[in-house]
Design a protein around this ligand. Structure first.
Ligand code: GTP
Ligand code: MG
Length: 606
């Protein structure tokens, strides 16, 4: 599992590894140069102010003596000043370069991750998208990704920096004074241990906070999407209350984390101050006894001070790493979901004529709750089939199985004698056009919405599809015609208009099979008849499945299937079925007694 996560992380920085290494190298250089200044201060205090010999050995000492030794320094104090400035300049340059490269890595990695994840999500099975919580998914794609980005660009760098700082400073301090080094580092393991324990503990809390945040986002998102219905039912108070609860839960879990953090900072603050105090006291005692020089004490104070922040921060970084590790888990969960089209090349890509067979098909979304039960029927190529059934009977499910949004549990769905399970999904969906029961239009222009099914379509093709769908005149009367924006920033289309735009979108491709899932329910009877008439003229060789509750629509089909509680209870033509006792006759009798459907009127047809 760990191995897999590391691989995932590595795949995110793929192509950026060189920049990453450069950033790390510059950071190590910057950290090391930042440790030189206390040594210069020590030199000034011990060998310029005081008369101590310069604490250099071997080659460095002879080099120092060759250029004039201590006397040169005493007579030219500016050298030390310049040295301090020079080192600061180098430190600045190294820091800048490190930050520059890490910024490149950070942005590119974020882009890499986003694209990879988005790409993967596009190909996840429909059943995954049905069950997944959208708010939670959005959170994984945004804040979880950001946590991983920060882990790569900040936390990992912080850890390397802290380790470089500690090891280099330790080496320098040991070379200056072993006893004081021991005092300086005695509490470091305690702090690191406390930090580590704390980080392990707080990981659970972070997960709780994340989940609470995800739930809150879901409530918010759902509410924004359902604003109309909330208003219509005057349920604002109820919704506000629901959001308040989710928000309160998030606040509470987040508060617990903040409280724990405050404890952590307070406790480590105290331990660090104890350490500084110990160095000052023991250092002073030893200095007065002549066991160490004042310059060394000052250098130790400086080093210890320099190290307090990174060591204490180590705890925070580790805790943040906990967050990143949770986020990485959450993201790898998505990558673990097998995409339905991962292997796009797999499966047959046969020419599809449009002969459809359902052979003893059963299906259930959830174990033990059958939705389709032993469904068997046959449709010849080019036939028009109508399906009638009560709500929840399984009509949409039947269609879903045909295009493999779900796969059958038992039995077989075949097209031209080939089991759909053997046909490449992409190919299958290209050949079968569906007008969904609840058409979704993007917040784009009408033209873009229609061309969604075929970006290569010409203007003429789009217009002709719109004419067939009886929506051309409506669009033409909009100020910007086909370039009118739909949705949040544009016009709000009526239910029937949306359905017709969705029909035009589907018609733009030449499909061998066309499915209308209750797609004319919001269109008046006359327009419905007109559209069907147009379809008939344009699509004579296309197998057409129409799900409808209108007898006027159903009666024209070559065959009508009546589906009740997941079972086909009647099959036949209109004239056969009105002679049988059953649902079809019941619906027919009711609708005939109503004389005629109420026509809505209004818009002109083509
Ligand atoms: P209408 O569109 O209302 O006319 O009904 P339908 O005949 O199209 O029904 P559909 O095939 O959508 O649903 C049949 C049954 O399956 C119903 O009991 C639904 O509750 C159930 N169902 C539909 N979609 C899902 C799903 O994605 N998950 C689960 N668990 N159940 C589902
Ligand atoms: Mg349906």
């Amino acid at each position: 599992m760990k191995h897999k996560k590391i691989n995932l992380l590595l795949s995110f920085i793929k192509g950026n590894r060189r920049n990453y290494i450069i950033a790390i190298l510059f950071m190590i250089l910057a950290t090391m140069t930042s440790l030189i200044n206390p040594l210069i201060i020590k030199l000034a205090v011990d060998s310029v102010i005081d008369k101590q010999p310069v604490s250099l050995t071997g080659v460095f000492l002879s080099m120092f003596n060759n250029i004039g030794g201590r006397d040169v320094l005493i007579n030219n104090l500016w050298i030390l000043g310049c040295l301090l400035i020079l080192i600061s300049v180098f430190n600045g340059i190294f820091n800048f370069l490190s930050k520059k490269y890490i910024a490149i890595v950070s942005e590119r990695t974020a882009k890499n991750m986003r694209n990879k994840l988005y790409d993967h999500i596009q190909y996840l099975s429909y059943s995954y998208h049905v069950k997944v919580d959208t708010g939670d998914l959005i959170q994984r794609c945004t804040s979880d990704l950001d946590k991983i980005r920060r882990f790569i660009s900040q936390q990992l760098m912080e850890i390397i920096r802290a380790l470089t700082l500690i090891s280099t400073a330790l080496a320098i301090m040991l070379s200056l004074n072993v006893n004081l080094s021991i005092v300086s580092f005695v509490v470091t393991p305690i702090i690191v241990f406390v930090a580590f324990k704390f980080f392990k503990f707080i990981k659970i809390k972070f997960k709780e906070t994340d989940e609470a945040e995800g739930k809150m986002t879901t409530v918010l998102q759902e509410n924004l999407n359902s604003m109309r219905i909330v208003r219509a039912f005057a349920k604002q108070d109820y919704e506000t209350d629901k959001f308040n609860k989710a928000s309160k839960k998030f606040k509470e879990t987040d508060f617990v984390v903040s409280k724990l953090m405050a404890w952590y900072w307070g406790a480590t603050d105290f331990i660090c101050d104890v350490q500084l105090g110990a160095i000052l006291i023991l250092g002073t005692v030893w200095a007065t006894k002549g066991l160490l020089t004042i310059g060394t004490l000052l250098a130790f104070m400086a080093y210890s001070h320099n190290m307090i922040w990174p060591i204490r921060n180590l705890g925070r970084v580790l805790a943040d790493m906990g967050k990143a590790s949770v986020s990485l888990n959450r993201i790898s969960e998505i990558f673990d979901e097998i995409g339905e089209d991962i292997d796009l090349e797999s499966g047959l890509t046969p020419k599809i004529n449009g002969e459809i067979s359902f052979d003893h098909v059963s299906f259930e979304y959830e174990e033990g709750k059958p939705v389709l039960n032993d469904v068997t029927f046959h449709i010849e190529k080019g036939q028009t089939i109508a399906i009638l059934g009560g709500t929840g009977a399984g009509k949409t499910t039947l269609v879903n199985l045909l295009v493999r949004l779900f796969d059958v549990k038992s039995g077989a769905v075949t097209i031209d004698g080939i089991n759909v399970k053997d046909i490449n999904r992409k190919w299958l969906r290209k050949k079968i056009g569906i007008v969904l029961q609840e058409p979704f239009l993007f917040s784009r222009t009408i033209k873009e919405n229609i061309a969604f099914s075929n970006y290569n379509a010409t203007e003429e093709q789009i217009e002709s599809a719109c004419r067939v769908a009886s929506i051309y005149n409506v669009i033409r009367h909009f100020d910007k015609g086909f370039d009118t924006m739909v949705g949040e920033k544009g016009v709000t289309l009526s239910g029937g208009q949306k359905q017709r735009v969705a029909i035009a979108r589907t018609l733009l491709n030449n499909h061998s099979i066309l499915i209308f899932d209750d797609s004319l329910s919001a269109v008046d009877v006359e327009t419905d008849a007109y559209i069907r008439d147009q379809l008939k003229k344009n699509l004579h060789s296309t197998t057409t499945l129409i799900i409808s509750h209108r007898i006027s629509t159903l009666k024209q089909a070559d065959k009508i299937l009546v589906i009740e509680k997941g079972m086909i209870t009647q099959q036949g033509t209109h004239y056969e079925l009105i002679r049988e006792q059953g649902l079809y006759k019941e619906v027919f009798d009711i609708q005939s007694s109503l004389q005629s459907d109420t026509t809505k009127g209004g818009e002109t047809r083509e």
